[in-house]
Design a protein around this ligand. Structure first.
Ligand SMILES: Cc1ncc(COP(=O)(O)O)c(C=O)c1O
Length: 397
């Protein structure tokens, strides 16, 4: 069968090989410690689960408004006002089945052939592919380790051409946990306004922020930047609701309407039950979120200490999310009886075989000197896993 050319443009994930190996080994009964997962290991808060069950019992199981139930959009408007200092009308909010779908509809509504979209690297794996699916061109700008994986306004400005349509900003970031402060965002916002660049602000890890940091949405920095920003967020990470599939976007009415058109002809609405559960999450799960965040922060500290104790490894301190992104290039060129480690991909394969530790090689995120470890797992696992890594790395010659 001849497949559409757009599918040929999609890249196979370089992590698939490692994920397939990990799965095979787990299936064979090996004790694999999995640091590759991108989801919280906590259960969904019980009040939220109850709200989902109640929605079923109350027969709230039919189609909803395409853009999401009004109650939820009103709650999102309130959340954005109270937590982010942002004013929106419910008609400027759309609810979709997950932030990933939200970002996809946004890409389809906004980008077209000839457009360039600036993506700071390291980046979340789906941004380049979504940009390509929309016929536009991803333009990568390295946000280096020396600046804790944050893009500077000058780096952004240098990447802008007459074709630049947008920049995708994700903070706290997947894969590095990088977060911007207000002054940095102000400088980036000024560049975007000056060059008429749209900001796609992926704020899905907003609540998972440590060291008493406060979150600033770039859209809150003034009317000029707000009118060219689409804020994307969702329930997956903060409320441990990955499987429920609930995301949303807030932004100018024309773009939200356009996303609604695409959604109406593809997924229709986000699941009705999920929307009622999501409403409850916004209303009552604040204490659950704070508990999870405090546990993540503790694990971040343990993970970071242990990674920094590995000879040759450097790792900026993650400000948020639940990933560490250490530089492992000191091990490139070293060998083991089975071959030579010449990339993060090789190192990930070696650690999986030798230490039964699964992590994601940096090639997946456009940063081939690094690996990503998720600390959405227990402290015992983090301790055991980093011990095993150390022993295996010590055996490299
Ligand atoms: C940076 C980032 N954005 C968006 C998503 C999508 O989240 P969801 O579709 O579960 O809402 C993820 C999930 O891994 C992510 O890491």
């Amino acid at each position: 069968m001849t497949l559409a050319e757009r599918v040929e443009r999609l890249e196979h994930s370089p992590t698939l090989r490692i994920a397939a190996m990990a799965k095979r080994m787990m299936g064979e009964g090996h004790d694999v410690l999995d640091f590759s997962v991108g989801q919280p290991d906590f259960p969904t808060p019980s009040t939220v689960k109850e709200a989902g069950k109640n929605a079923i019992d109350a027969n709230r199981t039919g189609y909803t408004a395409n853009e999401g139930i009004l109650e939820l959009r009103v709650a999102i408007v309130e959340k954005l006002r109270e937590e982010n200092g942002l004013e929106y009308d419910p008609r400027e909010v759309i609810v979709s089945p997950g932030a990933k779908a939200t970002l996809y509809f946004l890409a389809m509504a906004l980008f077209q052939a000839g457009d360039e979209v600036v993506i700071p690297a390291p980046y979340w794996v789906s941004y380049p592919e979504q940009v390509r699916l929309a016929d536009a061109t991803p333009v990568y700008v390295e946000a280096g380790e020396s600046n804790d994986f944050r893009l500077t306004a000058a780096e952004l400005e240098a990447a802008i051409t007459p074709r630049t349509k947008a920049v995708i900003l994700n903070y706290p970031s997947n894969p590095a946990g990088a977060c911007y402060d207000r002054a940095e965002l102000q400088a980036i916002a000024e560049v975007c306004v000056a060059h008429d660049v749209v900001v796609v602000a992926d704020e899905i890890y907003e609540r998972l922020l440590y060291d008493d940091r406060t979150f600033t949405s770039i859209a809150a920095l003034g009317p000029e930047i707000k009118q060219r920003t689409i804020v994307v967020n969702g329930m997956s990470k903060a409320y441990s609701m990955t499987g429920w599939r609930l995301g949303y976007a807030a932004g100018p009415r024309d773009i939200i309407d356009a996303m609604g058109k695409i959604q109406s002809h593809s997924t229709s609405n986000a699941t009705s039950i999920t929307q009622w559960a999501g409403l409850e999450a916004l209303r009552s799960a604040g204490a659950d979120v704070r508990r999870m965040v405090s546990e993540f922060e503790h694990r971040r500290d343990v993970m970071l200490d242990r990674l920094l104790a590995l000879p040759g490894v450097t790792c900026p301190r993650p400000a948020g999310a639940f990933y560490a992104f250490p530089n492992v290039s000191a091990y490139f060129g070293r060998s083991h009886p089975g071959g030579v480690v010449s990339s993060a991909l090789d190192l990930a394969a070696y650690l999986l075989e030798e230490a039964q530790v699964a992590l994601v090689p940096g090639e997946a995120f456009g940063a081939p000197s690094y690996v990503r470890l998720s600390y959405a797992t227990s402290v015992e696992n983090i301790e055991e896993g980093t011990d095993r890594m150390r022993a295996a790395l010590d055996r490299l010659r």
